[in-house]
Design a protein around this ligand. Structure first.
Ligand SMILES: [Zn+2]
Ligand SMILES: [Zn+2]
Length: 267
């Protein structure tokens, strides 16, 4: 073994001390035993503890991405988030900054929108190949497929930038309602909850139904996240998470009916 090789990486074929069926992911720097991903405790810089040495067991694979590699860390995090949200948010550290979860949410969102874009590009491109716009009276050609694809890419670019302030603002609203309902966590923790829960949007990669499924599951994941981070009951977590969309719908209907009433009164 070279001097620089990290001492925490077990030999290939090593198994977890607690789960012989799972491959060892790392070696605990305190007790020296091999552990698998589900046995990982919180990672303090070069130190990495197994869940027996760090019973809190705070761990998110995404925040260990320097060691795991970005893509592996992303897929592992997505898998544990989507398949075991209760355990995922139980283990999510309340601290660790904004950048990591933000990047995770952004990649998840980009996967979903990328798929929507491909579907529309195929449909619209196909339509234009069959039925191009006829030239208008002056003989000018109507919009061509490259122009339409260019517009779609520009819209996507704006949305890709817009998701960053949107995550911060929505987290702020979520945090406000969490405090009203007796939540205990910091804004940082609320933001991390919201950003990781947004990983549900990656379901958008499933053609046609994925976007809707992702949005519904996003609400479900947010409830688990708020419940664990703010240490509130499931009922309160549901109230905190659903208040914002309900208020948005309420404001929408009030403004639509208000404008309609004003319109008929003016006549
Ligand atoms: Zn240990
Ligand atoms: Zn294990």
């Amino acid at each position: 073994m070279s001097v620089n090789a990290p001492a925490t990486v077990p030999a290939s074929g090593a198994r977890c001390a607690a789960h012989p069926e799972s491959a060892a992911d790392a070696t605990c720097t305190r007790c020296g035993s091999f552990y698998c991903e589900s046995c990982a405790g919180y990672q303090f810089g070069a130190e990495r503890f197994c869940v027996r040495c760090d019973p809190g067991g705070e761990y998110v694979a995404w925040e260990d991405r320097r060691r795991l590699g970005t893509w592996t860390a992303f897929l592992r995090t997505l898998k544990s988030l989507l398949l075991g949200p209760d355990r995922f948010f139980q283990r999510m550290p309340a601290h660790g900054g904004f950048g990591g979860p933000l990047l995770f949410a952004w990649i998840s969102w980009l996967l979903a929108v990328g798929m929507v874009f491909i579907i529309y590009a195929v449909i619209v491109g196909g339509m234009f190949a069959i039925l191009p716009f006829p030239p208008d009276a002056a003989g000018e050609q109507g919009p061509t497929a490259p122009i339409i694809v260019g517009i779609a890419l520009a819209v996507m670019g704006c949305l890709a930038l817009g998701i960053v302030p949107a995550l911060f603002v929505w987290s702020l609203l979520l945090h406000l309602f969490a405090k009203i309902f007796g939540g205990a966590a910091s804004y940082e923790a609320t933001f991390r909850c919201h950003a990781y829960a947004s990983g549900a949007l990656a379901l958008g990669i499933i053609p046609f139904i994925g976007m809707t499924a992702g949005e519904v599951y996003w609400v479900v994941l947010s409830i688990f996240a708020v419940k664990h981070a703010h240490k509130v009951s499931t009922g309160r977590a549901v109230a905190i998470v659903l208040t914002i969309p309900l208020l948005c719908c309420g404001l929408y209907f009030v403004s639509v009916f208000g404008l309609a009433a004003l319109g008929s009164a003016a006549r």
